[in-house]
Design a protein around this ligand. Structure first.
Ligand code: 3HC
Length: 303
């Protein structure tokens, strides 16, 4: 069934090559998914060669793991491995049909990435962003062809989470949107069309949960009580364990974006900001027997 609001499938253009900008964990996970499901060349870029090498090694390592689990044949593993490459030069994206960015969550940085890409790719190449919360319309606003910009927001871990938020920005045209939906289908994701509003839909809901847990802790409720309060709902992870999975800096960034847009609905925890600045990334720690405790150094950061 076609998702509500998706444009006519007939408008979708084929995607024969994919570019991924940023070779961090989210970008590398996306590169793996693209090569595995589309079986087309995927090229990764980042600001320096060592990051690119790390990203490509991650994808190659995950292909090896799939082979080890007998999910793919040796032939397919070789084929997929050969399809993934890295390049410092964005000229490698000249013949890409779909380029997705997952760089640092900063509007200026993302606008700069798109502007540079526009110098190298064809006018109809889709420029997608995996941003968690920033405005896609603003990101596209300085481009010559803003109509090819779409939000394509995956969830962590990318290989496992079924949902894909596809975001229509002010200028996104039907062909770009149709291509994004066709791609979502090929990637075996459940795509939903969401409007270009701060943090879209899923992260707004997540930040409500997370924000209330943090507010309770800020008010003096122990981490153990506040973070486990949702256990009866049967969520796969508590809000603070989920925050560790996505990264506290990302969670803070989404929270700040939402606070700016809706100050009364989304308070920002100063303690969370202090935690992120400390460089710590986990509230919870596990011992060798799987017992879960709060990192005492993190508890100390809370006032
Ligand atoms: N990376 C890649 N794959 C992972 C993984 C990870 N971090 N964690 C688990 N997996 C894979 C495993 O390899 C396994 O795959 P297999 O079946 O092919 O072997 C599969 O997931 C299931 O793993 P497990 O059986 O070990 O673990 P669980 O059953 O406990 O499931 C989970 C793990 C899927 C991560 C589950 O805990 C879960 O669904 N958690 C919630 C995750 C979530 O809500 N994510 C959204 C975050 S918000 C976001 O990303 C948006 C951003 O903008 C902030």
């Amino acid at each position: 069934k076609r998702p509500a609001g998706a444009p006519d499938r007939g408008l979708a253009r084929p995607v024969g090559k994919v570019g991924v900008v940023g070779a961090g964990l989210m970008a590398s996970q996306m590169a793996l998914l693209f090569v595995r499901r589309l079986k087309v060349p995927v090229v990764l870029t980042d600001v320096d060669q060592s990051r690119i090498d790390n990203g490509v090694s991650y994808v190659h390592g995950e292909i090896d793991k799939l082979l080890g689990k007998k999910r793919i044949s040796p032939d397919e593993a070789n084929r997929l491995t050969a399809l993934v490459s890295g390049s410092l030069d964005k000229a490698a994206f000249a013949d890409a049909d779909f380029v997705i960015e997952a760089v640092f969550e900063n509007m200026g940085v993302k606008q700069q990435v798109f502007a540079e890409l526009e110098e190298h790719v064809r006018p109809e190449t889709i420029l997608a962003t995996n941003t968690s919360s920033l405005s896609i319309t603003e990101m596209a606003s300085k481009l010559q062809h803003p109509e090819r910009v779409v939000g394509f927001h995956f969830f962590n871990p990318v290989a496992v989470m079924p949902l894909l938020e596809i975001v229509r920005a002010e200028h996104t045209d039907d062909a770009s949107l149709a291509t994004a939906f066709a791609l979502g289908k090929q990637l075996k994701k459940s795509s939903v069309l969401v409007q270009d509003a701060p943090a879209f839909v899923v992260n707004r809901l997540l930040l409500r949960f997370l924000g209330e847990v943090l507010t309770a802790v800020d008010e003096g409720t122990p981490f153990e009580v506040a973070d486990n309060a949702l256990d009866p709902l049967g969520l796969p992870m508590s809000p603070l364990v989920l925050m560790q999975l996505v990264g506290p800096a990302i969670a803070l960034h989404v929270g700040e974006t939402l606070h700016e847009a809706f100050p009364d609905r989304f308070p920002v925890s100063d303690n969370l900001a202090r935690f992120v600045r400390s460089g710590k990334t986990a509230v919870w720690q596990w011992d060798s027997e799987g017992n879960q405790t709060v990192d005492p150094e993190v508890a100390e950061l809370w006032e």
